[in-house]
Design a protein around this ligand. Structure first.
Ligand code: PMP
Length: 427
């Protein structure tokens, strides 16, 4: 049994000693003390089905034994050297990771986070093309450092960004976007930005395959392949931000971009890659990677043997336990059941996503699509009381984000929907 400080004591310390900008979910904040696969346990030993997975970070399951074993073994052997010496844990994982990517994408740079990965990707694109201009999509989240905060396109997450060289294109959002599901029309906006907002040349276009923080927004069909051609013609590189959609989460494919039929020039990843261990990566072609030989590029902790051992174990678990297939099967079932709830509740305006990256948007009025933010909070809170944790997001905070560990079962999916149904029925 847990004998540590109570939730109230932790909350008090947090208020006194931690960032004042941190927030907690739920009326009665949850003190989680243990995690095991798709479950979290609170200080009273109560079990919760975790359908948020540390914001799509826990990929194989909380404290998956194979990943824990890899971390412990490597920790006992060697935790850190420097990249100036050789170590097989790092090289072996780079090789295994490169084998998961198409085309000539085979040079790996390790980082500690998604932000660092995107910062590096943007820098390489700018060096390679000799251009500064970058295009990202409105409502995107790409990180919280100087460059990536510029690429992030939601005021909620931006502080004092000054000149960032980033242009924000219309969000190809089939639900709320001006052009509905017409991918070509949104792609034309990228063309216009290049034509009227730049010299005609750009460094890069950066995009998530499914917006995570933005509220599980799938890109309008045809958008990404059209933009890909437009950006190529302007001399730019395509950076795929796979921090949330990568690593088997979308089920049908290992990478989110694959369902759009394009091959990026640079792929960035984090979150799921380490199953909770701080690890990120950038993968690109040898030609683009060579720009970093102009100077020295160094990252003290990026790709240390402990983190790369964890990453390698994650890849093996995904394969061994067929987690991609599971994400596809269970995710399809879950989406079907959530979609059926729409017929019961006017409150549900949209159900979307792929595999185990699903979103449910609540609206006060289906015609006007007025965001039902308080209702999302209420349902989340009540679902937690019944033992199910879902996340929320979207610019208006009115979208449930369902991104569980990929070991989620059909029974888990049914339980989640039954609980959501039960809470909504009482409203
Ligand atoms: N890209 C995407 C798509 C993300 O969702 C996030 C984190 N929410 C990041 C980048 C930044 O990753 P990190 O928080 O590890 O820096």
């Amino acid at each position: 049994p847990y004998t540590g400080p109570s939730a109230a004591e932790i909350l008090q310390k947090r208020k006194e000693f931690l960032s004042p900008s941190m927030f907690t979910f739920f009326n009665d904040p949850l003190n989680v003390v243990d995690g095991r696969m798709q479950y979290l346990y609170d200080d009273k030993g109560r079990r919760y089905l975790d359908a948020f997975g540390g914001i799509a970070t826990v990929c194989c399951g909380h404290c998956h034994p194979d990943v824990v074993e890899a971390i412990v073994k490597q920790t006992q052997r060697l935790q850190h050297s420097t990249i100036l010496y050789l170590n097989s844990a790092v090289a072996d994982f780079a090789e295994a990771l490169a084998s998961k990517l198409p085309g000539d994408l085979k040079v790996v740079f390790f980082t500690n986070s998604g932000t660092e990965a995107n910062e590096l990707a943007l820098m390489m694109a700018r060096l390679y093309t000799g251009c500064q201009d970058v295009i990202s999509v409105r409502n995107a989240y790409h990180g919280n450092a100087a460059g990536t905060m510029g690429a992030t396109a939601q005021s909620n997450w931006k502080f004092n960004v000054t000149q960032s060289g980033v242009h924000h294109a219309m969000n190809p959002d089939p639900y709320r976007g001006l052009f509905g599901a017409d991918g070509e029309m949104y792609a034309k906006d990228v063309q216009d930005i290049i034509q009227f907002g730049t010299s005609g040349h750009v460094a890069a276009f950066i995009c998530e395959a499914i917006q995570g923080v933005g509220g599980i927004i799938e890109l309008a069909p045809g958008y990404l392949s059209s933009v890909y051609d437009i950006v190529k013609k302007a001399g730019g590189l395509f950076i795929a931000d796979e921090v949330q959609a990568g690593f088997a989460r979308t089920g049908s494919h290992f990478w989110g971009f694959e369902s759009h039929g394009v091959i990026p020039d640079i792929v960035t990843m984090a979150k799921g890659i380490g199953n909770g261990i701080p690890l990120g990566a950038v993968v690109t072609t040898p030609e683009i990677a060579s720009v970093l030989t102009r100077r020295s590029y160094f990252n003290t902790f990026g790709g240390n043997p402990v983190c790369t051992s964890a990453g390698h174990a994650v890849l093996k678990v995904i394969e061994k336990e067929k987690l991609q297939e599971n994400a596809h099967v269970v995710g399809t079932h879950l989406k079907t059941r959530l979609t059926a709830l729409m017929e019961k509740y006017e409150l549900i305006g949209d159900v979307r996503g792929r595999g185990l990256m699903l979103g449910v948007e609540l609206v006060k009025d289906r015609e006007k699509k007025i965001p039902a933010k308080d209702e999302v909070f209420h349902v989340m809170d009540q679902m937690k009381e019944m033992g199910v944790l879902v996340g929320k997001g979207g610019f208006y905070g009115n979208v449930f984000r369902i991104t569980p560990p990929l070991c989620f079962t059909k029974d888990d999916a049914d339980f989640l929907v039954d609980v959501m149904d039960c809470v909504m029925a009482k409203m």
